[in-house]
Design a protein around this ligand. Sequence first.
Ligand code: NAI
Ligand code: MG
Length: 368
Amino acid sequence: MATHKLLLLPGDGIGPEVMREVEKLVSWFRARGIGFETETDLVGGSAYDAHKVSITEDAMKRAQAADAVLFGAVGGPKWDNVPYAVRPEAGLLRLRKDLGLFANLRPAICYPALADASSLKREVVEGLDIMIVRELTGGVYFGEPKELVTLEDGSQRAVDTQLYTTGEIERITRVAFDLAKKRRNKVSSAEKSNVMKTGVLWRQVVTKIHKAEFADVQLEHVLADNCAMQLVKNPKQFDVIVTDNLFGDILSDIAAMLTGSLGMLPSASLGAVDPVTGSRKALYEPVHGSAPDIAGKGLANPLAMIGSFGMALRYSFDLLNEADLLDKAIANVLASGTRTKDIAPSGTNAVGTQELGDAIVKELNALS
Ligand code: NAI
Ligand code: MG
């Protein structure tokens, strides 16, 4: 039996609460012959409390050795005043950097049962299933020079630099086309080639990779501002959207809100394919944070974390039937009206974190 090594990093706040529900699913799949091996470690504020760092070297080694890392959430008011270098988010940034996670995948799926929770009309979002592929380690958030200087006259000047190389664009483009081939075979590449040199290079490289390696996939170029408008006007025209770090940050948040609650949104961050083993480093996490306002109350929606595990099944382990089964179970449970408070229509009864997790397990039993 193939073994799949998972490192669980529940983190802080609701992180451990939603991770517990994923552990139920890991056990469920293990009992059906999938060779999951799990280890658990600390990250964020909980790591700081125990070791005065946001992630230990030992945990980093385990992350490097794992086939996939499942990450809950970090942070909370308790750690607002810890030294900057060891603040809770530093653990996540270190993981992203050391594992070389350059591709951020943010699906926006609108389950028919939740279409009325969107701020857009039901017919605009019902059945929506798009994937935003955001470049995560380059661009204006990291480019040098990056500075804020005071000039002689006392006024200030700030500089950020948008910088991309051919290689950085090529690898994120390949991720997008590979995904499209497993989906509806369409990539929309968003940039601002009308006003930015990085946009010109982006368009050139995407066009070249498309022609040479993925000519059978439909490609369209779209200006990022138009992409934002189209996402709100007619989001179902999109399948995979590939874009840079800054535009991806914004476009993925727009797409996310088309679908309702933060408690529903999974994500994946992928590294390069190892030419020897064919495997790639990967980290899966909900988009939401540690939600200190509801932590410890058993109210958190576990579906963003569970959906992140589903992405691990699909993208790290190629367990496509299992991933489809889990998606089906989620859709059915939502359709049955079993919902946590964040997605329950007002005036209806909501369930807690554990009840929703148990309902998914029950539905998996019913489906299999
Ligand atoms: P947040 O995502 O933790 O919470 C925002 C709002 O959404 C809150 O009202 C919360 O109760 C609700 N919410 C979030 N997840 C939910 C879920 N699964 N079910 C039901 N409701 C949910 O963002 P916020 O409040 O800005 O940050 C709280 C802490 O989390 C901060 O310390 C922040 O730094 C950290 N954070 C960590 C992230 C990470 O670990 N990747 C990402 C974002 C924030
Ligand atoms: Mg953002």
